[in-house]
Ligand binder design. Structure first.
Ligand code: HEC
Length: 517
């Protein structure tokens, strides 16, 4: 009897393996990579190798599997378990499992006629009818170590304008590592420019002018930034755009001609400012000054009590090279927590801004809080000094900062209803199954296959299991969801009787009763 049961279970297991479909390149994997990887991993792109052709991806298959499983790729340093954002560049759990399943399953190519068209290198054009298209003078990059160069570009505005969208188009993705965009109406940047014989001038961190206002951040893979309709940053007339570009070391005479595209209007907009409400200055910094002795790991807190109600679109944390983590949140007068951002592993080269899916109201009286850690030991691969040197507050490569910028405006009732991104969120939850819903199972009774379908199913994988009346899982597997959001479950090997079928997707468990004929 025992033996019989064992054989039954064994045959069920084998059946599952036989029926579990391996994802294939053409229909499943290429679409994932073309949507999430090839804006960087393409010939001429920022990444060191292309992931466009089947053959290339096969060459890098283990890296592709490992970097996605660990969520190192695509780069998105903010913790999506902490807060979700607009236009996230992340993979869902289902996409990660599909990649792993494909690599482990021998990387079948599938029917190549079903593969999506190969992507081409994208070079901007995300903003229609821009007002300004400013190009830096052709600059021949020749570096032995990192170079931070500010290019001063006059707007030529004869009247005040409001910035409503901004995009940076790198001249050469191989050498443009990241860029900060500022606006300045003072004479200081022009003086600094005049004093440097090359185009622009050298400056790490900020622009070297206290009158500069940050108006945008660009990192590889960034999309244009659009302010919600009716909002904009005021750009007073006769100002300059300062484009600060980070070029990596070891570049030998590569010409860069990066452009910045602005869309502006003279029509009054609700004014947005980008300000480091959380910062490293007294009295904001709680346990300052920002000083990290050599060979030490130190943490700092900052705090700012918000005097008025504001509406926030975006947050952007900023530290330099020995920063190792940074987090920001608010504690409202009712003691509610508003989560802004948590970056458990800071990487200076992937610093970016994070826009919320809805405009976030922060009531006056909220205490904004920041927490940051710095690793000034030689275990930090980004430490610019070897052996480590004491680091203090400043704008140089070897100095540190602790800033959290807020893209905000003064609150008006209804702002919190403004939606910035209403696309379906990708499932990133690891274990938590929150809700149980009734599954729609047919045919029922079934003899060979049962189908489970639900309009709430999302594309990707369907994780299913069949449970007997004693609560024991007899059979389980993972299939790709068929078109029409149906999950096909093989039941032919089950003895006649009643079973429970479970399908898990995202935070939902779909459960239903199946009769096997
Ligand atoms: C925003 C640009 C960008 C996107 C999007 C991106 N990558 Fe990368 N990737 C890079 C850069 C730059 C490097 C090399 C430097 C580094 O490792 O940070 C890299 C390195 C890698 C590496 C080798 C190093 C490692 O961490 O294993 C792999 C493998 C990789 N990427 C796979 C992927 C896959 C798969 C995707 C999509 C699911 C993806 N990348 C999306 C920019 C990107």
């Amino acid at each position: 009897m025992l033996m019989k049961k064992f054989i039954l279970v064994l045959s069920l297991v084998l059946t599952t393996q036989l029926f579990a479909q391996t994802p294939n390149w053409s229909e499943h994997i290429a679409p994932i990579l073309y949507k999430n990887c090839t804006n960087c991993h393409i010939d001429g792109g920022i990444a060191p190798f292309s992931l466009v052709s089947y053959e290339n991806v096969k060459t890098y298959s283990y890296g592709v599997k490992n970097s996605t499983a660990s969520r190192r790729m695509p780069p998105w340093p903010a913790d999506v378990q902490y807060q979700r954002y607009a236009h996230e560049r992340i993979l869902s759990n289902e996409e990660i499992s599909a990649i792993a399943g494909w690599v482990d399953g021998g990387m079948p190519k599938g029917d190549t006629t079903k593969a999506p068209a190969k992507p081409v290198l994208k070079t901007g054009g995300g903003i229609n009818n821009p007002t300004l298209n400013l190009k830096i003078p052709d600059y021949s990059v020749k570096t032995t170590s990192d170079e931070y160069r500010c290019f001063v570009l006059p707007t030529g505005f004869t009247q005040d304008q409001f910035l409503t969208a901004i995009e940076v188009i790198p001249g050469n993705l191989r050498v443009v590592h990241h860029a900060l965009i500022f606006h300045d109406t003072s004479a200081k940047p022009l003086q600094l420019d005049a004093a440097d014989p090359k185009p622009g001038y050298l400056s790490f961190g900020g622009t070297g002018s206290s009158a500069s206002d940050l108006i945008g951040i660009w990192v590889p893979g960034s999309e244009p930034y659009f302010f919600p309709t009716g909002f904009g940053i005021k750009l007073p007339k006769k100002g300059h755009i300062i484009l600060q570009i980070h070029y990596p070391g070891g570049v030998n005479n590569v010409v860069d001609s990066t452009r910045v595209i602005l869309k502006t209007t003279t029509i009054n907009q609700r004014q947005v400012a980008i300000q480091p409400a959380l910062n490293h200055n007294a009295p904001n910094l709680q346990n300052g000054p920002l000083y990290i002795p050599a060979n030490q790991i130190k943490s700092f807190n900052n705090k700012y009590d918000l005097p008025v109600d504001i509406s926030v679109f975006t947050v952007g944390p900023h530290m330099h090279l020995i920063g190792s983590s940074i987090k920001a949140f608010g504690v409202t007068p009712n003691k509610d927590i508003i989560r802004f951002v948590d970056i458990p592993k800071w990487d200076f080269h992937w610093q970016r801004s994070y826009t919320f899916r809805n405009v976030v109201k922060i009531p006056g009286g909220t205490s904004l809080r920041g927490q940051a850690s710095y690793n000034n030991t030689s275990s930090n691969p980004f430490n610019p000094s070897n052996p480590p040197q004491a680091v203090s507050l400043g704008e140089g490569t070897n100095d540190e900062m602790f800033l959290v910028y807020f893209w905000f405006t003064l609150y008006q009732p209804g702002d919190e209803n403004i939606i910035i991104d209403n696309t379906v969120l990708k499932n990133v939850s690891k274990t938590s199954v929150l809700k149980t819903e009734t599954a729609n199972i047919y045919p029922n009774p079934a003899s060979d296959f049962a189908w489970v379908s639900d309009t709430r199913f999302t594309e990707g994988l369907c994780e299913w299991s069949i449970i007997d009346i004693t609560g024991k899982t007899l059979l389980s597997g993972t299939q790709l969801m068929n078109s029409g959001r149906r999950c096909q479950i093989p039941v032919s090997q089950l003895p006649a009787g009643a079973y429970q079928i479970l399908v898990e997707q995202g935070n939902t468990r779909y459960s239903g009763r199946l009769l096997k004929q």
